[in-house]
Design a protein around this ligand. Structure first.
Ligand code: FPP
Length: 225
């Protein structure tokens, strides 16, 4: 059976979930934050899972209306502060990825605070991708390494990326089947699962079903059986 160390999720469908209920898109994001909590807790109690990386805000999401971006920033700040107790209770280390320099001082301080306070936790790593895009991550990494003497090796690149762990299982909710600039280097041999379920409706039960399917897939990593 396949080992499952790293799950990555593209959380899509908050807006449609709200529209279906004649609610504002912001209430879809709020409902989505509750799913983040449920899925994180589920993964934290699954010993085999070491890392959960969630696409929370992409480098492209700044193109959304100003009010929606502001709402998402406030929600992130609130979520991280609220979750601190839960992180500590479940031994979860908070380790965001992405270029955090674009965020307000307040949000950066909240992120730093959660990182510091959970740095000793050695259970699940919950990694929120914040102002994250794979192209941006790879470009920042190459620029960081470009003054090294000699060729850049695979190991050098991997050790300098924001996310240093290969993904085993990538899930996208919301019905679309694309990667949207998420962990392009790290998903090289990931198993990809797409579900029509909108993110606020996704839950631990559906994740369990996906994990069961993942366990049965034959992973060959380019080799033979
Ligand atoms: C996609 O839904 C989701 C996002 C833009 C980001 C994900 C944000 C959350 C899950 C909520 C907050 C997260 C945390 C960690 C507190 P969409 O708006 O693109 O949905 P749509 O495709 O139906 O419009």
């Amino acid at each position: 059976m396949n080992q499952l160390s790293h799950i990555a999720i593209i959380m899509d469908g908050n807006g449609r979930w709200a529209e279906l209920r004649n609610k504002k898109r912001s209430s879809g994001h709020e409902a989505g934050a509750k799913t983040v909590r449920e899925i994180t807790e589920f993964c934290a109690t699954h010993e085999e899972i070491h890392r959960l990386t969630l696409y929370a805000f992409s480098t492209e999401n700044w193109k959304r209306p100003r009010l929606e971006v502001e709402f998402l920033m406030k929600l992130l700040d609130k979520y991280i502060k609220q979750e601190l107790e839960n992180y500590l209770k479940h031994n979860i280390r908070f380790e965001p990825i992405g270029d955090l320099r674009a965020f307000s001082k307040q949000l950066r301080e909240t992120i730093e605070m959660a990182k510091e306070k959970t740095a000793h936790c050695d259970g699940l790593v919950q990694s929120l991708a914040l102002n994250y895009g794979s192209h941006d991550e790879i470009l920042r990494t190459v620029n960081l390494l470009k003054n090294n003497e000699g060729d850049i090796t695979k190991e050098m690149l991997e050790n300098a990326l924001d996310c240093k762990a290969d993904v085993d299982l990538l899930i996208r909710t919301g019905g679309d089947q694309r990667l949207s600039n998420f962990l392009l280097w790290q998903v090289a041999y990931a198993e990809l699962f797409f579900t029509d379920t909108l993110w606020p409706d996704f839950n631990a039960k559906e994740l369990e079903k996906i994990i069961k399917k993942f366990k049965k897939v034959e992973r060959r990593f380019g080799g033979l059986k």
